[in-house]
Design a protein around this ligand. Sequence first.
Ligand SMILES: C[S@@+](CC[C@H](N)C(=O)[O-])C[C@H]1O[C@@H](n2cnc3c(N)ncnc32)[C@H](O)[C@@H]1O
Length: 225
Amino acid sequence: MELKNVVPWGRSFDEYQEIFSLTNVDLNKSILGCGDGPASFNAELTKRGGNVVSVDPTYEFTAEELQSRIAQVCDEIIPQMIINKDKYVWESIPSVEALGKIRMKAMNEFIADFDAGKLSGRYFHESLPSLSFEGKQFELALCSHYLFLYSEHVNLEQHIASIKELCRVAKEVRIYPLLSLDGEISPHLNEVISSLDAVGLTNSLVDVGYQFQKGATQMLVVKSV
Ligand SMILES: C[S@@+](CC[C@H](N)C(=O)[O-])C[C@H]1O[C@@H](n2cnc3c(N)ncnc32)[C@H](O)[C@@H]1O
């Protein structure tokens, strides 16, 4: 992977909590954040005493490399957000300016935590559909803004293999959003659900309290025990 092809953009702990309807009971579980990138979920949950491990292909880079790339992409993403403003709900995040501040705060928290977190085994350079963890090592796996969102780049087989892999390593998996980048329901969703049903993985679409991308109001929950 080349650094110039990486587009780091990460959400905050508060957003993850809303996105995945995380209760205090959930936050006390052993959690895998898959595709966490520069989100601050791991840094903030760790500060609160939680037990969380994050994986992402971009964790092969150093904190300095990621930080310089974040500064570059922020200058590219913010003008894009202004152009695409109508595709988002501007309520809890009231403006593009506020969005930039919230995202930069989250990503700075991630950068400040990255070296220490890597040393203590909280950040691993790994990629779906194959993870190194043991069977049911985690109680809960979360996947925010990777599966389904990038349906144009990640095909159906990769979706199915990735979700089965998450179910191998965690007792419960939550994935959000179910829309792809064009704002439509992912073309893979129905077939993913059929293949989970076929192997007996209980799954449901669950409403969440978070909505930023218009129409992204549900997560997929898969239980493997
Ligand atoms: C839009 S970002 C979302 C970051 C974070 N989860 C959040 O919601 O703020 C998508 C992330 O998916 C990661 N990603 C890309 N390919 C992946 C793969 N094969 N397995 C796991 N994560 C991947 C990217 O590196 C990036 O950090």
